[in-house]
Design a binder for this molecule. Structure first.
Ligand SMILES: Nc1ncnc2c1ncn2[C@@H]1O[C@H](COP(=O)(O)OP(=O)(O)OP(=O)(O)O)[C@@H](O)[C@H]1O
Ligand SMILES: [Mg+2]
Length: 758
């Protein structure tokens, strides 16, 4: 650029010089030409007068030959183009012509006359490239004319020569001038060039110092001023950069997302966390509307949040958006955030925009939700535990009573005539008692006190065998689909309990489907991690088999879901549901170390998921077939603090052929056993008794009577008793209430399974 300037200046000056020289050359040439023509005219005038005088003498003497030769001489002058001598009327006396300066003059008689001036006066005029002179010939009278024409070629050549020499001198001048200019202009130009490159450096942020060749005063001043400005500029720039660096580092170090906007809510800045949260890079987001980049919750929530943030700009006050919000990023990722905004006020007190701080609280929110869930689950399981204990206690006592009723009713039936009215009534009593026993059994199941004989079984096989029964239960309008999971692990559960679970869940599903619908049953292996414990407060992490019963029925409200496992909770019409179905299922699942979950919404069906611990050690438990419930002749020591049970037990066992020693307390039993003369084959004792428990009693008796067989009975389950440390795993156990059949069978089993020969 500077080079161009330099060239421009020189070319311009050279042009001006050239024009000036050209004008000067032309002017000088013209002047010289006119001076030359003037001189030539004077000569011509003199010459033509002289020749007119000479011609007069020749004409007077009529020596025309002499005239011709005289004129020929005259015409041999270099610039003469023609000489004519005429009579006054223009009749030619002599006509000499020459075509150019360099040719010889010749006489020509082609024309007879030429036009002549009207008056006999001398005349001189320029005619094109010729100077023409008319001189009248006088000898007393007007004898004619001498016309002479001189070529102006020499004058023109003179002008051209002057012009040329001017140009040559001019060219020389231009060269000299240009050289001079280069020398003169070079120094300041170099300084300007340096200043210019310095300015370029400044622009490129190189922060240079001007070092021009000193000497041109103004440029020196300029250089000093620029050097000073440059230093100041560099310092300011460095300060600004340091400030920016600090600001950037601070912004990026903040653990929260930071977004700054202008007063029109358009994004100006986004830190890295904000980029990650919104999915927008700073480059993309710059200039975009805040609402476009920050998507908070649903459309409604978003609009409300934006309106609130607008208040930060309008009212110039800080604002914390209440609660937590769902932030949806550009890619659709969702995070839970809190956000607050503050106005940016500049040093002059003007509003410059808004700064938003967005905190990612996703993990915290999840932990809080988990905590809430755990607390709820704990409260629920504590409630169920308490209800279970209450129900179990009532059922246990009630069971004893039912045992008595059933026993006496069965005995009475044996002794009444089968055709009599009394027999029918006793049967009614027995039936009612058995139905009541069913209820207490369900309650015991709920309170996990139901006696169970768990077996390792294949859930798929067992359920497949139940399908026929389930089809019958649910009727034809409901479509039952069964999808056994692949390679499902074995579980340990009493098959009859599994029956209860499936029957209750399917019947409930059928009841929830008014008319036509589907029930899907499927199984699946699942592994629960620590993470799932939030949902399954009672379950250890590990492998489980999930059994799912899902229906397309009416579904349930949250309030109903919260209470469905409570015993006697039912939404069904009076007499249609006892509210014990799910309580039973719950108790059974818990008794087997599992858990039950339910998902449901009104109108969207219900899904029950049962998790049972997977049994990997698949050694099938095989229990010996129970001995046929028949009687015997052995001697039994029956110990029972409940008089009514002792009474019925004695009656049944005696009826079966056994010899029975009845004891109302452990002490009484010890005293009976102390009598060595009495043979005792089996000790049949209640476990929980005042004073001494059944197990201690058996140990005491075994010390004096080794080989004594023992059968323990209780209203509590073997598990519960085992938990309380009152019973060993492999001991014989009889669940109360018992029927004659079960008592007979258990006694036989305890005595060794062999049927005595009567
Ligand atoms: N699959 C289901 N769909 C909708 N609601 C259900 C479902 N299963 C259970 N419920 C609700 O849970 C309540 C309790 O069920 P539960 O089986 O314990 O008692 P019930 O069916 O009412 O009586 P029952 O003792 O005869 O079983 C039901 O009354 C019903 O409101
Ligand atoms: Mg039910």
């Amino acid at each position: 650029m500077l080079k161009r300037l330099e060239v421009k200046i020189i070319v311009l000056l050279a042009l001006i010089l050239a024009v000036m020289i050209a004008v000067y050359g032309w002017w000088t040439g013209s002047r010289q030409q006119s001076v030359y023509i003037q001189a030539l005219s004077d000569n011509l005038r003199v010459l033509s007068y002289n020749h007119a005088d000479d011609a007069a003498s020749y004409i007077v003497t009529q020596e025309y030959a002499g005239l011709e030769s005289h004129m020929m001489n005259a015409a041999s002058m270099p610039d003469v183009l023609s000489i004519q001598v005429t009579e006054p009327d223009g009749h030619l006396l002599c006509n000499i012509k020459r075509s150019s300066r360099n040719t010889l003059p010749t006489l020509s008689y082609a024309a007879r006359s030429i036009p002549v001036p009207s008056a006999p006066k001398p005349d001189l005029r320029r005619d094109g490239n010729q100077l023409v002179s008319w001189a009248p010939i006088f000898a007393g009278t007007h004898l004619g004319w001498v016309r002479m024409a001189l070529s102006l070629e020499t004058a023109n050549q003179l002008q051209a020569a002057t012009w040329n020499s001017s140009l040559q001198i001019g060219a020389l001048w231009i060269m000299v001038g240009t050289l001079l200019m280069i020398v003169v202009v070079k120094r300041p130009l170099r300084a300007v060039r340096e200043l210019s490159s310095f300015a370029q450096d400044l622009q490129d942020h190189k922060g240079a110092q001007v070092s021009v060749q000193r000497g041109v005063y103004e440029i020196d001043l300029l250089a000093d001023a620029l050097n000073h400005s440059s230093t100041q500029l560099r310092d300011a720039e460095q300060r600004l950069l340091a400030e920016q660096e600090r600001l950037t580092v601070t912004l990026q170090s903040i653990g929260d997302g930071v977004i700054a906007t202008d007063t029109g809510s358009r994004i100006m800045l986004l830190n890295q966390i904000a980029e990650e949260l919104t999915g927008w890079s700073e480059g993309e987001a710059k200039g975009a509307e805040l609402g476009q980049v920050l998507k908070l919750g649903t459309e409604e929530e978003h609009d409300e949040a934006m309106a609130q943030l607008d208040c930060v700009l309008q009212a110039r006050r800080t604002l914390e958006l209440p609660g937590q919000h769902l932030l949806v990023s550009k890619s659709g990722a969702r995070r839970t955030v809190t956000a607050n905004g503050a106005p940016i006020i500049d040093s002059s007190g003007q509003l410059a925009g808004m700064v938003l701080v967005i905190r990612d609280v996703t993990e915290k929110a999840a932990i809080e939700a988990e905590k809430r869930g755990l607390a709820q689950q704990l409260a629920q399981s504590q409630k169920m535990e308490a209800v279970g204990q209450l129900a179990g206690g009532v059922a246990h006592d009630f069971n004893n009573m039912l045992g008595v009723i059933i026993g006496h009713a069965e005995l009475a039936l044996l002794r009444t005539d089968t055709s009599g009215e009394m027999h029918d009534r006793l049967k009614e009593i027995l039936d009612a008692a058995k139905r009541s026993a069913d209820i207490t059994r369900q309650l015991l199941a709920f309170s996990r006190q139901q006696h169970a004989e768990p077996k390792v079984l294949d859930l798929n096989e067992t359920i497949a065998r139940m399908l026929k029964m389930l089809h019958r239960l649910i009727g034809e309008d409901v479509d039952l689909s069964w999808s056994p999971g692949f390679n499902v692990s074995k579980v340990r559960i009493d098959p009859s309990q599994l029956d209860q679970i499936m029957a209750n869940l399917c019947v409930n599903a059928r009841d929830a489907i008014a008319g036509v619908g589907t029930i899907n049953i499927y199984t699946e292996n699942v592994t629960l991690s620590h993470h799932d414990q939030a949902r399954m407060v009672d379950l250890e992490p590990g492998d489980y088999v999930m059994l799912v019963v899902a229906d397309s029925g009416a579904g349930m409200t949250r309030e109903v879901i919260d209470r469905i496992f409570e015993p006697f909770f039912s939404t069904k019409a009076l007499g249609r549901g006892t509210g014990l179905g799910l309580a039973t299922v719950f108790g059974i699942v818990k008794q087997n170390g599992g858990n039950i979950e339910v998902d449901s919404e009104p109108g969207h069906g219900a899904t029950f998921r049962i998790y049972l611990p997977a049994v990997h050690d698949v050694a099938q438990e095989t229990k010996p077939e129970g001995a046929r419930p028949v009687g015997g002749t052995e001697t039994i020591l029956l110990v029972e603090d409940e008089a009514a049970i002792m009474d019925i037990g004695t009656t049944i066992l005696s009826g079966l052929g056994y010899t029975v020693y009845a004891a109302g307390s452990p002490e009484q039993a010890i005293s009976i056993a102390a009598d060595d003369s009495k043979v005792i084959d089996l000790l049949l004792t209640d476990i929980i008794m005042p004073g001494m428990n059944g197990r201690d009693l058996s140990e005491r008796l075994l010390s004096s009577r080794p080989g004594l067989k023992c059968l323990f009975m209780s209203g509590y389950t073997a598990d519960v008793i085992a938990e309380r440390g009152k019973v060993e795993g492999d001991m014989c156990f009889l669940q109360k209430p018992f029927t004659m059949q079960t008592l007979a069978a258990k006694v036989r089993e305890a005595l060794g399974g062999s049927t005595p020969t009567n």
